[in-house]
Design a protein around this ligand. Structure first.
Ligand code: BES
Ligand code: ZN
Ligand code: ZN
Length: 501
């Protein structure tokens, strides 16, 4: 699909002309929206009657379509509700564009024109607005149907979208270009998550990382296998990997920015989580190919970095393994020694994410020595109990970092809520035989998961943990995210890295 910047929307011959209409827009008072004014005037009373009959008020999700019969260059006019309030951020436009995209998909539209209203362009800037429309349209088109003979989406789906917007046209073009790159990165992550776990093995992820290396050396990938892990003392990751016949991989991606500071981002890469010997139920296992969503966010970010070119240096770290109950699997009660020398009593083999992250964060601390460490992981079902399926939990040892990440998420429209690192709960992880155990009691599971990880982060390093167990996978279709992997976290981390210095 091609997204281009255009002008003079009414003269563009397309299947559909999309006008985004804010709630309570008075269709008789359209002086600030020339395209709408012309349509209202040309289509006259019949059109207004239809809008009234359909009770079109510009509410989010509302769509009104009108056959133009050649009165304007586009064949159909589509009014799409835009739920913009005083407190709204730019995401409302992303959602409306996705609603329009979904309509186009259902109606086999090939070419559309999307008009960003002048007041929206003025309020959010031509760059942010055109980026949002681009991501909205493109994300709504995503399907994962490579294994289906009968494709639900026809091959006639949207091929070109022309966006028009008032204001700085070069900023608008930047917004479109960036929107395309971000959406492609999201779709790449979604593919990795949706692909069956027998395909996306640790070796597969490592191969993907290798492909992300650039010839100019700005991005490089380093892959460690079991013997290198052994040499480095990664006993935690190796313990989890023991139950599987698939070899683990430890992936390090490096991006060189122009700045001095370094941000390390570690993504949980459990390519399938059976729970190990602490086996999950059949139901609980159904979607566990999603357990490498953190890893896929890291890979997608590195795909995006050459285009975004943030100033900071970024190091991506992925501990990748399956969590299987094979004959040599780690047993409840076994003790693993992490790379930083700490001993971990593994009492529940299903709490494996924190164990592999122990080595990832130890590696970051010892070998990378970054200024900031962020980990992103589908870590706990408890976080979903606390925040529901749509909201990620954020934990941090640093107020400023937490604020920066929350601001980035607010801008991207990803829902994130900060939860506390209750120091008093750390004793729940005290083991009678090792330095720490990998499970605590019944309550506060998202917090104790985060506290476990914190044990492997140097106290003076700014650190944040994102528990994305809920939002990494959508059980239901929505216009912006069809059922399956969502690509959660990519946009907010991209936003954060662009601001990080
Ligand atoms: N991968 C799961 C967490 C998860 C659950 C992600 C549901 C997405 C959806 C994780 O490895 C896990 O199994 N966690 C356990 C921890 C428990 C044993 C302390 C959990 O949440 O039940
Ligand atoms: Zn698990
Ligand atoms: Zn897991």
């Amino acid at each position: 699909m091609k997204i281009i910047l255009g002008t003079d929307a009414l003269s563009l011959a397309a299947d559909v002309l999309v006008l985004f209409i804010s709630e309570k827009t008075d269709l008789t008072q359209t002086q600030n929206f020339p395209e709408l004014a012309v349509c209202v005037q040309k289509f006259g009373k019949n059109f207004m009657d239809l809008a009234e009959r359909e009770q079109f008020t510009g509410k989010s999700g509302q769509i009104l379509s009108w056959n133009t019969s050649g009165t304007i260059a586009a064949k159909q006019l589509l009014l799409v509700g835009l739920d913009v309030q005083e407190s709204s951020n730019i995401c409302v436009l992303k959602e409306s564009a996705a609603n329009a995209g979904r309509w186009c998909k259902e109606h086999h539209v090939k070419e559309a024109v999307g008009v960003i209203p002048g007041d929206i362009a003025e309020r959010f800037g031509a760059d942010s607005a055109s980026q949002a429309v681009t991501i909205g349209f493109m994300n709504s088109m995503y399907v994962f149907n490579k294994y289906k003979h009968q494709k639900s989406v026809s091959t006639h789906q949207l091929q070109q979208i022309t966006v028009t917007v008032t204001g700085d046209q070069s900023a608008a073009q930047t917004g479109i270009t960036r929107g395309v790159a971000i959406s492609e990165a999201i779709q790449y992550a979604r593919d990795l998550i949706n692909e069956p776990a027998s395909v996306t093995t640790p070796a597969y992820l490592a191969h993907e990382a290798e492909k992300l290396g650039t010839s100019d050396g700005r991005i490089s990938a380093e892959i460690l296998g079991p013997s290198e892990m052994q040499q480095l003392g990664m006993g935690a990751l190796l313990a989890i990997a023991r139950g599987s016949t698939a070899e683990p991989r430890f992936i390090i991606l490096r991006y060189r920015g122009k700045g001095k500071r370094t941000v390390a981002i570690a993504g949980k890469g459990i390519t399938f989580d059976t729970g190990g010997l602490s086996l999950k139920s059949a139901d609980g296992m159904e979607t566990m190919k999603l357990d490498m969503s953190g890893a896929s966010a890291v890979l997608a970010l590195f795909r995006l970095l050459p285009q975004l070119q943030p100033a900071v240096n970024v190091v991506g770290i992925i501990p990748a393994t399956e969590n299987m109950p094979g004959p040599d699997a780690v047993k409840p009660g076994d003790i693993a020694v992490a790379m930083n020398g700490k001993t971990i009593e593994i009492l529940n083999t299903d709490a494996e994410g924190r164990v592999v992250l122990a080595d990832a964060l130890s590696y970051a601390a010892q070998k990378i020595k970054p200024d900031v460490i962020i980990d992103i992981a589908t870590l706990t079902g408890a976080c979903m109990v606390a925040l529901g399926t749509d909201v990620a939990g954020l934990f941090s040892n640093d107020k400023a970092l937490a604020q920066q990440l929350l601001a980035a998420a607010d801008k991207s429209g990803e829902k994130v809520w900060e939860l506390p690192l209750v120091v008093e709960y750390r004793k729940l992880l005290d083991s009678t035989v090792a330095d720490i155990k990998n499970i605590a009691g019944r309550y506060g599971g998202a917090i104790t998961g985060a506290l476990f990880i914190q044990d492997f982060v140097p106290a003076q390093t700014q650190w944040a943990h994102l528990d994305i167990a809920g939002p990494s996978f959508a059980e239901k279709d929505t216009p912006l995210t069809p059922r399956g992997g969502t690509g959660f976290g990519i946009q907010m981390l991209a936003e954060y890295l662009m601001k990080a210095e």
